[in-house]
Design a protein around this ligand. Structure first.
Ligand code: 8OZ
Length: 376
């Protein structure tokens, strides 16, 4: 056994994450690729082929988290991302889930509401995107091919009596994901979208039951999660958080307190997994961020939650070390899975990883999507 092969053994061991029997600790992170069929944001054969290439749990991902998928038109913020709410989208996703299951794989749907990260051109009747408060983000989005990259629109604050309707959008999408044959769901509570906008003090200035105290700011994410449990059972539901700083919002002012609380509440619901974006871009995990992550892991585990899935900047050896050190149960790889459909196999063999081409991350067709080969 070579040194590299020895190093990655912890990464290739099986794991139980709630009801998900994960063949290894190698998960595929949600990746926006903006290639759904238009009109209607519908998954199709090309998407099925892409996911199937990565779905053999022995060679590729043990569990695939789907690309972020809007739960309604209101929840849409970018051109060409798929939805999971219309009957046509459910039929399209069946192509994907069947193709993944034929490879023996597992796939969970990531449920996404963008909140204020949207544009009037994408919203129902050209209306304003919705948010906890009417504060515009310093961010851009892609509206369509002809209009290109645009600053996001100014949002309007959700009325208190609209919030049950938002929760219903999640419930409906959770059922649609079940009808489409997914193995579970992940609620997107990260990266500056709606649920994080509610949680973060800088984007939530509400004075009702959904603003102010930490308990109030966390309320929507918890209520949304609870609504999906009736559909799925907690052991097939996960939740994604990004506790550390990132581009779209100001960093959380007290991340250990904020995310310790959220992780405890999610753990109490008995969720199958918590998916943590531990770092953004190439910024390293630092001595300052380690206690935040340790607090989250402990809070989720001690309150009854399942697996801790780490994400952000890992390679095979660093992921394996993280698991061997008991700081994570599995690691979700993003960009590495774009260019290495057989990522787990390459880890096992100690093979080099193929480089990804950023120019084909978003939009377009097969090129840079289904064209990366596995090793023979
Ligand atoms: C990249 C481009 C567009 C959206 C996220 C859903 O950051 C995304 C996303 C990523 O969670």
């Amino acid at each position: 056994m070579t040194e590299t092969q020895h190093d990655v053994r912890s990464l290739l061991a099986p794991l139980t994450a709630g009801a998900l029997k994960s063949a290894t600790r190698v998960w595929m992170a949600p990746l926006t690729r903006s290639r759904s069929r238009q009109p209607g944001d519908i998954p199709w054969e090309l998407n099925a082929e892409y996911y199937a290439q990565r779905a053999d749990p022995a060679r590729g991902a043990a569990v695939i988290v789907s690309e972020a998928t809007q739960i309604s038109q209101q929840g849409k913020g970018y051109a060409f991302t798929p939805g999971v709410y219309s009957p046509e989208q459910v039929e399209g996703w069946k192509l994907v889930t069947n193709a993944v299951h034929e490879q023996g794989g597992l796939i969970v749907a990531q449920l996404w509401h963008v909140g204020r990260i949207s544009h009037t051109a994408l919203q129902p009747n050209g209306g304003k995107p919705v948010a906890p408060s009417a504060i515009r983000a310093n961010s851009h989005t892609y509206v369509d091919d002809s209009m290109g990259r645009k600053p996001v629109s100014e949002p309007r604050a959700l009325e208190l009596d609209e919030i049950p309707g938002v929760i219903d959008q999640y419930r409906h999408a959770a059922q649609a994901a079940k009808d489409a044959g997914f193995d579970g769901i992940e609620i997107h509570g990260a990266n500056g979208y709606l649920l994080q906008q509610f949680l973060r003090r800088s984007t939530n200035k509400r004075t009702d039951a959904y603003g102010g105290s930490l308990e109030n700011r966390a309320r929507l994410g918890i209520e949304v999660t609870r609504a999906t449990l009736d559909v799925w059972g907690a052991d097939r539901v996960g939740y994604r958080i990004s506790p550390l700083g990132e581009g779209m919002d100001d960093p959380d002012d007290h991340p250990s307190e904020t995310y310790g609380y959220v992780s405890t509440e999610l753990g109490k619901l008995g969720l199958g997994f918590l998916h943590v974006v531990e770092q953004f871009g190439d910024a390293a995990r630092t001595p300052e961020t380690e206690p935040v992550l340790a607090t989250i892991r402990q809070a989720f585990r001690e309150s009854g939650g399942g697996a801790y899935i780490a994400n952000g900047g890992y390679d095979g050896p660093t992921a394996a070390a993280r698991i061997a050190d008991d700081k994570a149960d599995a690691v979700a790889f993003g960009k590495a899975f774009i260019s290495n459909p057989d990522l787990a196999d390459r880890f096992r063999r100690g093979a080099d990883l193929a480089e990804w081409d950023r120019g084909t991350f978003y939009g377009g067709g097969a090129e840079g999507y289904t064209t990366y080969p596995a090793l023979s």
